[in-house]
Ligand binder design. Structure first.
Ligand SMILES: [Zn+2]
Length: 244
């Protein structure tokens, strides 16, 4: 047990330092309150280049996205720092793409959006990642949460049509490929996000469909109860298992 703890602490320190070294964007995010980004509502910062007339839309968008999560899963209790950038360049500086991403560090979570991220599907998806992170805690999220489950859950509040597929179109090989992509998210190097654009879209489609099926298998058990079970040291593979 002692050894496991030691191992986890070393992994944690390694992950923090590798994250900091590889992503100066982490430092940007951490210091957003000291930057020229504007705080327009609690925990919501926007790019100074953004027009003031857009502020209201952004606050309302975040509110609607949280409400979508509440309607679907019963609650939204996370309070990540939310950052909206206004250009691809700024999005990159803050560690995301043109759309957005949720970034977890041991002491906080950041949800950063790019210029194309002002969309309820994208905002709800990323905010749900933050909720998952809060419920599981940093260590479990970072080292035990399979990426396909994380993304599959995020996709449950992301209704973009291009991610909708028929479950019958998924081959066993594809299921095996997606469900064996592992847990590493530290430097976004997980195979879930590699193989080209089409392949990555397919991975999202498959993870969405599989998680929808898993959640529908036992309607007496909510997503948050399932996450609680994992937190109480049950295995992800057991709690989120696909029944034939
Ligand atoms: Zn996602």
């Amino acid at each position: 047990m002692k050894n496991i703890k030691k191992y986890l602490i070393i992994l944690l320190i390694f992950s923090i330092f590798s994250s900091l070294l590889l992503h100066s964007s982490i430092i940007k995010r951490m210091s957003v309150q000291f930057s020229d980004f504007i705080l327009i509502s609690k925990n919501i910062y926007v790019d100074p280049q953004m027009k003031k007339t857009e502020y209201e839309n952004i606050v309302s968008l975040v509110h609607k996205a949280k409400q979508r999560i509440i309607d679907k899963f019963g609650a939204f209790s996370s309070s990540p720092i939310i950052i909206f950038t206004n250009s691809s360049k700024m999005a990159k500086e803050y560690g995301t793409n043109d759309f957005g991403s949720a970034i977890r560090v041991p002491w906080n979570q950041y949800v950063v959006f790019g210029p194309k991220g002002q969309n309820i599907d994208i905002v709800a998806h990323e905010l749900l990642h933050a909720e998952i992170g809060d419920r599981l805690g940093y260590i479990t999220t970072q080292f035990k949460l399979p990426v396909w489950i994380d993304e599959g859950i995020g996709m449950q509040v992301d209704y973009r049509k291009k991610y909708l597929i028929n479950i019958n179109s998924i081959s066993q090989n594809e299921i095996d490929r997606v469900t064996s992509t592992g847990t590493s998210q530290i430097i976004n190097a997980n195979p879930f996000w590699s193989g080209g654009k089409e392949q990555v879209i397919r991975n999202y489609q498959i993870s969405k469909t599989l998680v929808t099926k898993i959640l529908a298998q036992d309607l007496n058990q909510s997503l948050y109860e399932m996450l609680d079970k994992v937190k109480k040291l049950e295995k992800f593979e057991d709690v989120f298992s696909l029944k034939p």
